[in-house]
Write a protein that binds this ligand. Structure first.
Ligand code: SAM
Length: 174
């Protein structure tokens, strides 16, 4: 699920948040980052509309009938779900895009109840914990392969949201 801004030549995504860690990482690894971005642009052949709340999130003929080998979703499902049931349902919907045995790489926020999408635009988020992420994966037909959790240090909480951590999941579609 790609964001069009990320495909432009300027590194918009690295700078738009003004997030101190993003700036630091960017300074430390600017060359590697730019090379990775260029490689990604080369291999992306299309950008399609997707709605994770729809049982069929992509147009019917968008993927090979067997399904996709791999799916990557980053800070999307929880940020568009007001509660755990909606998050789990959305996970089930995108799971249908994968072939059996295909892999899901899922990154998301923990403990976040809102973020500001713009000045004064407060967007509600389901505040997840690790056990809920694992439960939703199981309920949606995934086998968890690896879960990593990163706790946000206090000095990185800059007021655009109330996130307290990030989860990184690798899972396999049953
Ligand atoms: C918090 S942003 C994350 C953006 C990007 N993945 C990132 O990590 O920076 C949430 C994204 O979900 C997208 N979105 C909103 N409703 C959606 C829906 N029903 N289905 C799929 N994506 C949706 C928004 O357009 C936005 O790009």
């Amino acid at each position: 699920m790609a964001n069009r801004d990320c495909l432009r030549d300027t590194p918009v995504c690295a700078f738009q948040t003004g997030f101190p860690a993003t700036k630091l990482v960017y300074r430390l690894s600017v060359k590697a980052w730019m090379e990775k971005a260029a490689k990604l642009r080369e291999v992306i052949t299309d950008i399609l509309p997707v709605d994770v709340h729809h049982p069929q999130p992509l147009a019917p003929d968008a993927l090979p009938s067997a399904g996709a080998d791999c799916l990557v979703s980053c800070f999307c499902l929880e940020s568009v779900s007001p509660d755990l049931a909606t998050f789990t349902r959305a996970l089930g919907h995108i799971g249908r895009l994968l072939r059996p045995g295909g892999h899901l790489l899922l990154i998301g926020a923990l403990g976040e109840s809102y973020y500001f999408g713009g000045p004064g635009v407060k967007i509600p988020v389901v505040p997840l914990n690790e056990a809920e992420v694992c439960g939703s994966l199981k309920e949606s037909g995934f086998t968890l392969i690896r879960l990593e959790v990163y706790t946000l240090p206090q000095d990185m909480r800059v007021g655009v949201d109330d996130v307290n951590g990030v989860f990184f999941v690798k899972a396999r579609k049953d």
